[in-house]
Ligand binder design. Structure first.
Ligand code: 2AM
Length: 483
């Protein structure tokens, strides 16, 4: 059916790829009338005659028809490819909109684009929301995690709709709340994806330690992941890893071993790494996870290098090998560090971009519906409930105690991996971070001395108040016969 001024829709949605289609069907399930449009108009009919047959969904043939067919103030959601397409649609839409109307970008936009768009549209009198949506196609259909940010006045217009279609925690809380102004929603989605990169790399390292280090077969690894999924590591990613272990190829061998070991990436993990460098926050685990994918992608180079570069063969020595339980504890400890780093970055970003992020709420939004959903996030929420000003998750009593009980295993696994020549970039980066963060004194005094030596960059002294700067003619001391 076509949308008209008589049967006005609650919301319009542009972009009928799978995510867009599934969101429309999800909204329809909850009693909303959605008007849809797509650049390639034939896809509108395919959708209405296919998945949307028998629903309340209505079609618009052009943007003018779409705008005319929406209840005021109009709400139009873009589910199009991030980048140019978003800007183009905004420009095409504006002539058909009135002041106070709302454009929502539900794609994977960079938060700085969202920041720019929110401000530009606000100056013209329009409302804008940039929202992260996580959970893939299934999430979009059944209930995703939704992370909206933008013009604050826009939130009341879509709060009910968004919270209705979002995933819910086991206690019934919606995994959707207002994140903050302008780019805050897309920023938090970016961090979510970065953490996802980290979680996946940690699980991949645990898998290699078991497959190569301990020479476990896939049935044993499946049982291990199944057991892990019943404890503090319970999560969607552990669950699907368990299932992957059990899937055979046509020849009966595990399919996962037939998959080429060259990881792809779309860029949100990289954005998190870049932002951590920009803000000067050591998000080492996620960044290592991005590099690990980059290294994996150099497949041909690695195959050549494997013939030339010598080292241990990648299995543990039987008498000193860590156990599966040691590996589990190393994974738990590393995961805590990864989330602590992610929240450190959000804390700094909240200051830098003036967002007033609520970290407990963010943990709650990730509790269900999204790829990193886990029991663990409930613990993070509880930590921020106990202390909203918590400087670092590592300092919370619950996490501090786990790190204490996991620490010996963590060190043992990293040491054994190093001895055996098994790469563990994420396990070891997190352990180094932990040791660095708990160091009252690091060797940066030498770096400052070097900087002062070659560039007169000056240094502060341990025995003088901070903010007092000194310079030494280091080489003059040597010439004076002190060398
Ligand atoms: P299409 O069906 O016409 O290709 C995901 O790719 C969604 O974004 C699709 O609905 C797609 O429309 C839309 N899209 C991608 N690039 C676009 C562009 N440059 N302009 C408009 N829509 C675009």
């Amino acid at each position: 059916m076509r949308v008209t001024t008589e049967n006005r829709a609650d919301i319009g949605l542009i972009g009928l790829a799978v995510m867009g289609q599934n969101l429309v069907l999800n909204m329809n399930d909850h009693g909303y009338t959605v008007a849809v449009y797509n650049r390639t108009v034939s896809k509108i009919d395919e959708f209405l005659n296919g998945p949307a047959r028998g629903t309340r969904v209505v079609a618009a043939r052009c943007l003018e028809e779409l705008a005319a067919g929406l209840k005021p103030p109009r709400k139009i959601m873009l589910m199009v490819k991030a980048g140019k397409a978003v800007d183009e649609f905004i420009e095409l839409l504006l002539p058909h909109l009135e002041r106070g109307d709302l454009i929502i970008d539900g794609g994977n936009s960079h938060f700085l684009d969202t920041l720019r768009r929110t401000e530009r549209l606000r100056d013209k009198g329009f409302l804008f929301i940039g929202t992260g949506i996580s959970g893939g196609e299934e999430g979009a259909r059944r209930g995703p995690s939704i992370m909206p940010g933008g013009t604050p006045e826009a939130w009341p217009l879509v709060k009910e709709l968004f919270q209705c279609i979002a995933a819910r925690t086991s206690e019934g809380a919606p995994c959707c709340d207002w994140v903050g102004e302008n780019g805050a929603g897309h920023y938090v989605k970016m961090i979510h994806n970065g953490i996802e990169y980290g979680d996946m790399q940690l699980i991949a390292e645990a898998y290699q330690l078991m497959r190569d280090g301990l020479e476990l077969n896939h049935a044993a690894m499946r049982r291990t992941f199944a057991a892990w999924n019943r404890g503090e590591l319970e999560s969607y990613l552990i669950e699907i890893t368990r299932d992957i272990m059990a899937v055979p190829d046509a020849d009966g061998r595990p399919l996962v071993e037939k998959v080429l070991d060259a990881a792809g990436q779309k860029g949100t993990g990289k954005w998190t790494g870049i932002n951590s460098l920009d803000l000067g926050i050591p998000v080492t685990l996620i960044t290592e996870a991005v590099y690990a994918r980059a290294l994996s992608a150099l497949k041909d180079e690695r195959v050549d290098a494997a013939k030339i570069l010598k080292g241990p063969k990648g299995t543990f020595k039987k008498d000193t090998q860590p156990t599966v339980e040691h590996i589990r504890k190393a994974l738990v400890a590393s995961k805590i560090v990864s989330y602590a780093q992610g929240f450190m970055l959000m804390r700094e970003a909240s200051r830098e971009y003036r967002w007033h992020l609520d970290f407990g709420n963010i943990a709650l939004m990730w509790r269900s519906g999204c790829i990193i959903r886990s029991v663990f996030l409930e613990r993070i929420k509880a930590a921020y409930d106990r202390n909203p000003n918590l400087a670092n998750l590592l300092l919370d009593d619950y996490f501090k105690d786990i790190l204490r009980t996991c620490q010996a295993s963590w060190r043992r696994v990293v040491a054994a991996a190093v001895q055996a020549g098994i790469p563990v970039p994420a396990f070891s980066a997190s352990l180094s971070f932990y040791d660095g963060y708990r160091s009252a004194r690091l060797p940066a005094n030498l770096i400052q001395a070097q900087r002062d030596y070659f560039g007169a960059h000056t240094y502060e002294r341990v025995d003088q108040p901070r903010g007092t700067f000194f310079h030494t003619q280091w080489s003059a001391h040597l010439r004076d016969g002190n060398a």
